[in-house]
Design a protein. Structure first.
Length: 236
């Protein structure tokens, strides 16, 4: 009887452990498999590094950008494949060419995890150097204002800064980096433009940190299409 009890207890524990795991299928990302379209004004240059990686330089109408590509990635150009060494794909018959990124062994987790990341970084570099990125900010609150003015600490460089009134007893001054353009079409609206998406997001987060959106009155600095769910005030 003791053996039967042990065997039944083992079956129950094994069945319960199996039931604890989900039976849904694994949803894998296919971002890395998508090709990257680019116009003829964009050129690529492969600079090999001593460790086998590639420093991919992307050049466009707005400047240049560098993206590190690991050695286990394979780059393939279509409609104008580059020659050996420096790869330049500007003289192509088609107005739009494409770049595909593949890994050597998709069964390895490290290669799969960086596949979509590297493809996104290259695609962002292409978009930033051709069209650029635009990020709007909205100031919500009584008396919240922002205006663009000359930066007295960077007169030689003709630098600009933001002068914001955010409910403090003093104005808030934030210098605008050289690689970012800002404008204030309205007193409660700031529009940032730049070629580097990461730098643009970091600068927007720096501005937002002065007045993060709060959930009771809905005041603060909102980035892009950011929204916040309002909470009801608990009254005694």
């Amino acid at each position: 009887m003791s053996l039967l009890r042990l065997s039944s207890a083992a079956r129950i524990s094994s069945s319960s452990s199996r039931a604890a795991f989900t039976t849904s299928s694994i949803c894998r990302s296919n971002i890395g498999k998508k090709t990257i379209p680019y116009p003829s004004t964009v050129t690529f240059t492969q600079n090999p590094l001593p460790n086998g990686d590639i420093d991919l330089q992307v050049a466009g109408p707005k400047g240049t950008a560098n993206v590190l590509v690991e050695s286990f990635f394979n780059l393939k150009w279509e409609n104008g494949a580059p020659s050996s060494g420096a790869s330049e794909v500007a003289n192509t018959p088609a107005p739009i060419s494409s770049l595909s990124l593949t890994v050597q062994d998709a069964s390895k987790k490290v290669q799969r995890s960086r596949w979509g990341l590297r493809r996104t970084l290259i695609a962002n570099a292409v978009q930033g150097l051709t069209e650029g990125f635009v990020l709007p900010l909205k100031l919500v609150g009584v008396g919240y204002r922002a205006q663009l003015e000359d930066d007295p600490t960077r007169l030689a460089e003709q630098g600009k800064r933001l002068n914001m009134k955010l409910g403090f007893a003093h104005p808030v001054f934030i210098s605008i980096p050289e690689d970012i353009q800002a404008e204030t079409p309205m007193p409660t609206r700031i529009v940032l433009r730049g070629k580097d998406k990461q730098r643009l997001g970091q600068f927007a987060a720096q501005i937002r940190s002065w007045r993060k959106p709060e959930p009771y009155k809905g005041k603060g600095i909102f980035v892009g299409d950011e929204t916040i769910k309002l909470k009801s005030v608990k009254k005694k």
